[in-house]
Design a protein around this ligand. Structure first.
Ligand SMILES: *[C@@H]1O[C@H](CO)[C@@H](O)[C@H](O)[C@H]1NC(C)=O
Ligand SMILES: *[C@@H]1O[C@H](CO)[C@@H](O)[C@H](O)[C@H]1NC(C)=O
Ligand SMILES: *[C@@H]1O[C@H](CO)[C@@H](O)[C@H](O)[C@H]1NC(C)=O
Ligand SMILES: *[C@@H]1O[C@H](CO)[C@@H](O)[C@H](O)[C@H]1NC(C)=O
Ligand SMILES: *[C@@H]1O[C@H](CO)[C@@H](O)[C@H](O)[C@H]1NC(C)=O
Ligand SMILES: *[C@@H]1O[C@H](CO)[C@@H](O)[C@H](O)[C@H]1NC(C)=O
Ligand SMILES: CC(=O)N[C@H]1CO[C@H](CO)[C@@H](O)[C@@H]1O
Length: 446
């Protein structure tokens, strides 16, 4: 089992390294496809009803994802009112894609947090990264499930681990950057007693722990644990799919098997353990304490105000929730490694529209403002400082709306990686709100 994981991790790792330039090329194609796709669906400035009525949706079964569906009930207390959807045809979104990206915060100065004489060897970090996996396999004796449970149960006297967060990182350690670290900061700022497991083979290493050390040092509960896919998918529809994949009988498709596995992994994690899944480009603004069995829409139909697409970057579900089972089933049945989003955002949209109206599924679809207050093609507006008085007023109003109505902001890293945080921008303000380390030096230079 360990061996399989290890070889998978290695496989993904090398795939990533060797095919990076190829990916860039294909991402280019895929992004243009997405841009085309979105342009047909999205409009500018979609107002929300001032108050979303507490009602159950009456869905027509088997609607295609492109068509819209009504929101499920939204707790009135969350006051999700007027929101604006930004959707503009982006001429060339891919122009901004690079292999190496300027980072959001300048430097977390890891070394300052380390006690080099004990476990960590920051100076050797770069040199020895590649050798880590083989070394690690000897260290990881406890099974994945045991490690996860032990971590969550480690603080029984305290009310901690009330929030069980999961992130996944199926990439190299080198690519875990300051943006990812900032999303973790924001998570703990809003949930100081939360517990976060980063499910990742690369981060589950001495170097990975070193990256997380600033958080551990402050007493935050974070850990990185290598996944065990056999355990996670055991007795689900994904088990057979995964076995086939391991035997080389699944065509992984042209691009990023890792990304597609990440889509499945998040489902497996929530299904097995329950909790909150977050992408690593999600900034958390507010406590999730009132959220349960929730998924967010990224777009709505401007006319019907029914959602038109959901996203799987933020999901909150109880352990064993039947909707998760359906998601996993759909993944295994319809996996297509050649279609962007097919196994991710489109998948959850497909399934939710299909099961709508059927009894036995108890969950809530939140409007875009809750988790995705700015659409990916307009994410640059978060990073821009005020240009003139009108623009400044707009920024202030937008920020106020995000602060009052949004639980998270999705940075859409694929789109925004190259962007600089300008002075007076919305992101800068959000970073002030959500930081823990809050180094004024790094803010000043943003
Ligand atoms: C939107 O929701 C309403 C009310 O639930 C429903 O009657 C209508 O068919 C939906 N529209 C579309 C296009 O799905
Ligand atoms: C590092 O850890 C060792 C052993 O725990 C301790 O003796 C030493 O004082 C620590 N050094 C610093 C700089 O904290
Ligand atoms: C729980 O943990 C927090 C910090 O992590 C601490 O301040 C608090 O005293 C603890 N509560 C109990 C009951 O141990
Ligand atoms: C899968 O579940 C069965 C029980 O249904 C159990 O015996 C087996 O050990 C599990 N396998 C893994 C890999 O967890
Ligand atoms: C549905 O979930 C909500 C919490 O999200 C809970 O209050 C309610 O009792 C559940 N309803 C059913 C029928 O399980
Ligand atoms: C203000 O700046 C915005 C954004 O750059 C621009 O679209 C707008 O035309 C400007 N308005 C005026 C009055 O200069
Ligand atoms: C989210 C998603 O679907 N990720 C990738 C799955 O694989 C396809 C092709 O292999 C990629 O295009 C997707 O980006």
């Amino acid at each position: 089992m360990e061996e399989v994981n290890n070889s998978l991790a290695q496989f993904l790792y090398h795939l990533q390294r060797t095919k990076r330039s190829f990916y860039a090329l294909v991402s280019l194609l895929l992004l243009s496809l997405l841009a085309y796709n979105s342009a047909t669906i999205f409009y500018t400035h979609v107002p929300f009803p001032a108050k979303i009525p507490l009602e159950r949706a009456s869905f027509s079964p088997e609607t295609v994802p492109g068509k819209s569906k009504k929101f499920f009930s939204v707790p009135s207390s969350t006051k999700l009112s007027s929101s604006a959807l930004y959707a503009v045809k982006e001429e060339s979104p891919v122009g901004k894609l690079k292999t190496h990206f300027p980072l959001l915060i300048k430097n977390t100065n890891l070394v300052a947090f380390m006690n080099t004489s004990v476990v960590y060897h920051p100076k050797r970090r770069k040199k020895h990264r590649r050798g880590f996996k083989s070394h690690e396999s000897q260290v990881k004796v406890k099974p994945f499930s045991v490690r996860v449970k032990e971590f969550f149960n480690a603080h029984p006297l305290n009310s901690s681990c009330k929030f069980r967060f999961f992130m996944t990182w199926i990439s190299s350690l080198e690519s875990f950057g300051d943006r990812e670290l900032f999303t973790i900061e924001s998570l703990f700022k809003a949930h100081p007693n939360g517990c976060l497991i980063i499910v990742s083979s690369s981060m589950d290493s001495t170097s990975g722990m070193q990256i997380l050390w600033p958080f551990l040092d402050k007493g935050f509960k974070v850990n990185a644990i290598s996944p065990d896919f056999n355990y996670l998918f055991n007795n689900t529809a994904a088990q057979a799919w995964y076995n086939q994949l391991m035997q080389g009988n699944v065509n992984p498709g042209e691009v990023s098997l890792g990304q597609n596995l990440s889509n499945l992994l998040r489902l497996g994690l929530l299904y097995r353990f329950g909790g909150i899944y977050l992408d690593t480009d999600i900034i958390v603004l507010k406590s999730f304490k009132k959220l349960r069995n929730t998924i967010g829409a990224q777009t709505i139909d401007p006319e019907t105000r029914n959602w038109s697409r959901l996203n799987n970057a933020v999901m909150i579900f109880d352990q064993g929730h039947p909707l998760l089972y359906k998601f996993i089933e759909e993944f295994a049945l319809t996996f297509d490694g050649n279609k962007w989003g097919h196994n991710g955002p489109y998948l959850v949209s497909r399934v939710v529209s299909r099961i709508s109206g059927r009894p036995g599924y108890n969950f809530t679809v939140f409007p875009p403002m809750a988790f995705y207050p700015v659409y990916w093609s307009r994410v640059d507006s978060l990073f821009q400082g005020p240009r003139n008085e009108t623009h400044s007023k707009w920024l202030i109003a937008k920020l106020r709306r995000i602060r009052s109505q949004s639980f998270t902001v999705h940075l859409w890293n694929k789109q925004s990686r190259g962007f600089k945080v300008e002075e007076g921008s919305i992101i800068e303000q959000i970073m002030f709100d959500s930081c823990i380390f809050c180094k004024s030096s790094s803010f000043a230079s943003l």
